[in-house]
Structure formats: C-alpha cells, structure tokens
Design a protein around this ligand. Sequence first.
Ligand SMILES: [Zn+2]
Length: 144
Amino acid sequence: MKKFMKEFKEFALKGSMIDLAVGMIIGAAFTAVVNSLVTNLFNPIIALVTGGVDLNELWKIPVGAVLEDGTQATINIGAFISSVINFVIMALVIFMIVKAVNKARTLKKKEEEAAPTTKKCPFCQSEIPIEATRCPHCTSQLSE
Ligand SMILES: [Zn+2]
C-alpha cells in the first residue's frame, strides 16, 4: 500500500500530468465560452436570418418509440447539425489562438536572436561581451 501511494504520488505530481490537468480545466472553461458564443450570439443571428428558426428544433424525425419520460423519441438532425457547427466554430477559434501563440513565439525568438550579446572593443577590435566595462583582451577602460 505504501508503495502504491508512492507510485501514485509520483504519477500525480509529474509535470506532464499537471499540464494535462491545466489544459483540461482551460478546455472546459473554453467550451463554456464557445457554447455561450453559439447560444447567445450565433443562434439569435441565425434565427434573425432564417426568420425565427431554432436549429435545435429543426428536422426532428419521430421514430416508433416512446422515451422513459413519456415523450416521443425523435432523431434530431437539427440538433446534430448545431453540434457540428459548434465544433467547427471551436476548431476555428482554437486554430486562430494556436496561430497567434505561434506567431508571438516566433517574434520573441527573433527578438532574442536579434539582440546582440557582444560588441567590438574600440581599441583592439576584439569581440567582447556587451556588458563589459573593461576589455578582457587589451584591458582598456571602456566608456559607457
Ligand atoms: Zn580591447
């Protein structure tokens, strides 16, 4: 049992596990935002364009069965299409976020690469660290 707990602790505290957990929590929160976007923004716009049609209520095909709560079982094509639209919107938003993050990363990398780390000593022309106040080659005092 002690060994089991130790193994579990190692597993739970692994960096990748925590990353995964954070990812899942952010993912869940993000899903809520996308759902809200669809219900509160897109659905009203779709209703406006189509003249008050709720996609979730469209193309409900009754099948010969009654659900436990007594309602007619239906195949809900409209609701399914609505889910597909949600997914496409979510994928699009994630794609744009990933693109923006990648761009920001490349920019940061470029900045780091562009920033010089060395300078030339004006006395002996040697390459020396940019922070140096005295040249390590000719020992000249550098102004700055
Ligand atoms: Zn020098």
